[in-house]
Design a protein around this ligand. Structure first.
Ligand code: GAL
Length: 824
């Protein structure tokens, strides 16, 4: 039953004005990640308690079997050239003390990729085809207390089921939940702030209480709002009577005076702690994160966060963690978003599926607003074994669960019901859109819905675009103005933009629009046309400026990801539609940051547009042996007013950003596909002589930023730089060690491909290696890898023992290097 209010229907027409929300943490749940047994294949009887599993592989979750490889041409390059399909089983033996015999026992999976079926002591208890949604199963009737129980999970992802790397296995966290029969169930609080001002905020809390007992009960529900300094800033208490075997939703409104508002600059979080009490005994305690903020969307004013306009400097991201694969890791996710934030990102589109719970916790904490997306497919397939197979039976449950799970996060500001859905082209596609839209509003009346459209003709003509609140346009910068003109009351933004491609540190001369098939690399001058729909970032910067009512953009993509190796690869009919045409490419080239998290030049182009802390960047490298005397195009990116270029100590003068014309031939300039405009890039043609390139950025006439690139001499050393030299000894935390091949003076050797061998001693283990080259078939799980354009990455994970981790790196002919990471 839909509960859409009349007031809300009125609001929907042109704008949204709602309060803030918080996120969820479930107290008292214990991690259920350790001590699992794993076996690939589908042995009969693997669900039974008595099944012989003593020789199975022991592991801790989260686990993604596909990242272990090997890469193989027989696997689809579109999904990473890794084994993301197949059947495997996970089993765990566990005992629950008899003292819990009167309690409710459940298992919570944050996500299993995919087609999971779960058994306890041989009995089937549930399944979930969709790999991106978490689910809980009640174990209470099946547990033998005080004796061994066995939970068994069959996981069976199919080939041709995804357009990107999905990973495979129980790839998110798992919890065992032990609850009193009277408790707050999963996703049991819904927190909104219907009224927010600087003076006070009204926090509305809808709490579900469940009584799983056979007799009626009366309890007290106590709710406290706690600030960052652990002070209780507001509270309430109510007496509640519950019938036997029943659930009740209790509504409470609490006022917080002088609220510290959540926002991009100040992501301030409160805790909401809810206790269910019987007398003085606490039966259950449940904690939710609260961020007090208001959001408002308007066709003229754009997006207002706490009454102030915010333009989305957004990125789309897939969920994989590059060399670490699909298995969720808090630190790796946090690092991704910190790198994005340093580029100026303030918004994330979780393309094209619900993210991990950790991603939303991180966005809450960092102050990044999120467009939470549900689907890439409805009923009509994009890939034959995709979500279309499950849509009819599962879409409602998956979508409702996503919203219930995520609706307390202050970072989440919109629900996306789909990406480039094929139903756009269908006459009746709007009916499905309406149904999904209504589900979103039924579960959450505080946020608008959206979708990303690429087929405007279809989406507008068939009315699909009119079923949702805010319309996302994918890759149509030249149509923005006309769309605004034709739909003056529509709220619009660029849901997917640019899709420029490049390889970190690769520069093809002379600069060209084409990528070179022989090299399997794409030039970082960023004028290359990748796929036919792609265009450089500059074009989007221009159209956003020319269409100020647009909410901003979500660039494709923040990080390179595994799979979809465009512009290489494509349909290869000899392999039955597998995308292996340009094997061995198996990862994307789209992002301004490579698979390892190393910035490409494009990162600085975005930074020059999206940040204000003075910066200047110069490209290419300055090692052009054999090209002495030839003119090399030099580009500078800055957020300063002007840039001075100094070559080998001699100034070539200053150029003013957005004013001075570029030296680059006109065929690469302009406002078209494959072009860039000199508004955003300064450029010179510089006759090459070895030495140095130095750029100085000036603001109000003062030198405020500088960068130097020297011609590197002979490769001589390895430099190791850890993102953190002290990490937590929890068996999960990571240190990302950046590896540079340098000359004796520490200058990066720009094309070095030396193989580096690593050893680890002490309190750590290998997590992954990588080099950011989408065509490298080297394993991510080895202790050696070749540098790509001078760099590679070594990721080390703590154990649960505190101590020192010593990582050493050696390579033939180079001075070796060592770094120590402390764990505590
Ligand atoms: C879009 C699509 C994305 C990705 C991108 C590559 O059309 O929505 O998932 O495939 O193209 O440019």
């Amino acid at each position: 039953m839909l509960r859409k209010s009349f007031l809300f229907i009125l609001l929907l027409q042109f704008s949204f004005s709602f309060g803030q929300l918080g996120s969820e943490a479930t107290n008292g749940d214990v991690s259920f990640n350790s001590g699992w047994l794993f076996q690939k294949g589908d042995p009969s009887g693997a669900e039974k308690s008595t099944f012989k599993d003593a020789d199975w592989h022991k592991l801790n979750l989260p686990h993604d079997w596909a990242i272990e490889g090997p890469f193989d041409k027989k696997y689809n390059a579109r999904t990473g050239g890794l084994p993301v399909h197949g059947t495997a089983w996970y089993r765990k033996h566990f005992t629950i003390d008899k003292k819990y015999a009167a309690q409710q026992i459940a298992i919570l999976f944050d996500g299993v990729m995919n087609n999971s079926k779960v058994y306890i002591n041989g009995t089937y208890i549930g399944e979930r085809p969709f790999g991106y949604m978490g689910f809980e199963l009640d174990l209470t009737p099946y547990i033998t207390f005080g004796e061994e129980n066995v939970i068994a999970v069959r996981v069976a992802p199919e080939d041709l089921a995804s357009r990107w790397y999905s990973g495979a296995g129980i790839y998110r966290n798992t919890y065992l939940k032990i609850n009193n029969p009277v408790h707050i169930p999963l996703w049991g609080t819904y927190i909104t702030t219907p009224k927010v001002s600087d003076e006070k905020a009204t926090v509305k809390i809808e709490t579900t209480i469940k009584n799983a007992d056979g007799k009626k009960v009366s309890v007290t529900l106590e709710t406290k709002i706690i600030d960052g300094l652990n002070n209780v800033v507001a509270s309430s208490s109510q007496k509640i009577g519950l019938e036997k075997s029943s659930e009740k939703v209790v509504i409470d409104e609490i006022v917080v005076n002088n609220p510290n508002r959540w926002g991009i600059e100040n992501p301030y979080l409160y805790d909401v702690v809810t206790q269910v009490k019987k007398g003085n005994i606490i039966l259950d305690e449940y904690s939710s994160t609260l961020g007090i903020r208001s959001i408002y969307f308007d066709a003229k004013k754009g997006f207002l966060l706490n009454e102030k306009p915010v333009e989305f400097n957004g990125v789309c991201m897939h969920h994989d963690l590059g060399p670490l694969g699909g298995a969720v890791n808090y630190r790796a996710t946090e690092r991704q978003m910190q790198i994005m934030q340093s580029m100026g990102v303030n918004a994330l589109r979780t393309s094209h599926n619900p993210p991990s719970p950790e991603m939303l916790q991180i966005c809450d904490k960092l102050g990044i607003v999120v467009l939470d997306e549900a689907f890439d497919e409805w009923k009509i397939p994009k890939v034959i074994n995709g979500y279309n197979k499950y849509f009819d039976e599962w879409h409602e449950r998956d979508l409702r669960d996503m919203i219930k799970r995520d609706r307390n996060h202050p970072s989440v500001i919109m629900w996306s019901i789909g990406n480039e859905i094929i139903e756009q082209r269908e006459k009746d596609g709007w009916k499905v859109a309406k149904m999904l839209n209504d589900i979103c509003h039924d579960e959450d009346h505080t946020r608008p819905t959206t979708a990303g459209f690429n087929n405007y003709g279809g989406a507008f003509k068939n009315k699909l675009a009119y079923q949702i609140d805010i319309v996302g346009l994918n890759y149509k910068p030249f149509d923005y103005a006309a769309t605004v003109k034709d739909n003056p009351d529509m709220i619009l933004y660029g849901s997917e933009t640019s899709s420029q491609t490049s390889s970190r540190g690769t520069y093809a001369l002379p600069i060209t629009h084409d990528h070179k098939k022989e090299t399997l690399e794409v030039s970082s001058y960023d004028v290359t046309v990748g796929p036919p729909w792609a265009y450089p970032p500059d074009v989007e910067f221009d159209v956003q400026a020319e269409n100020p009512t647009f909410l901003g953009e979500f660039m494709w993509t923040g990080f390179d990801y595994l799979g979809e190796p465009t512009p290489y690869g494509g349909r290869d009919n000899s392999t039955d539609g597998y995308w292996n045409a340009d094997w061995p490419v198996h990862a994307s080239y789209f992002a301004p940051v490579d698979l390892c998290g190393f910035p490409k030049d494009r990162y600085y182009l975005y930074q020059s547009q999206w940040t204000t802390e003075p910066m200047v960047h110069v490209l290419p490298h300055w090692n052009w042996e054999g090209k002495e005397g030839e003119e090399i195009p030099v580009f500078a990116y800055t957020n300063c007013d002007e840039v001075e270029l100094i070559v080998n100590g001699k100034s070539l003068g200053k150029k003013i950003k957005g004013v001075d014309t570029t030296d680059i031939p006109a065929e690469f300039r302009g406002f078209e596909k494959g072009m860039y405009t000199s508004k955003y890039r300064l450029s010179w043609n510089v006759p090459y002589q070895p030495g140095s390139l130095r750029v100085i950025g000036y603001k109000d006439g003062k030198a405020v930023a500088e960068k130097i690139i020297n011609t590197a001499k002979k490769a001589s050393k390895i430099r190791l730089t850890a993102d953190r030299t002290e990490i937590t000894a929890d068996g999960k935390d990571l240190s990302f060690i950046e590896v540079d091949i340098t000359d004796a003076d520490g200058n990066l050797i720009p094309n070095a491909d030396n193989q580096v061998q690593f050893t680890i001693e002490g309190a750590g283990i290998l997590a992954a290696v990588g080099n950011g080259n989408p065509a490298s078939l080297e394993s991510f799980q080895d202790t050696k890898i070749k540098a790509f354009n001078g760099k590679c990455l070594f990721v080390v994970k703590s154990t649960e023992a505190a101590g020192n981790i010593t990582v050493s790196a050696t390579s033939n002919g180079l001075e070796s290097s060592k770094i120590i990471v402390k764990t505590k």
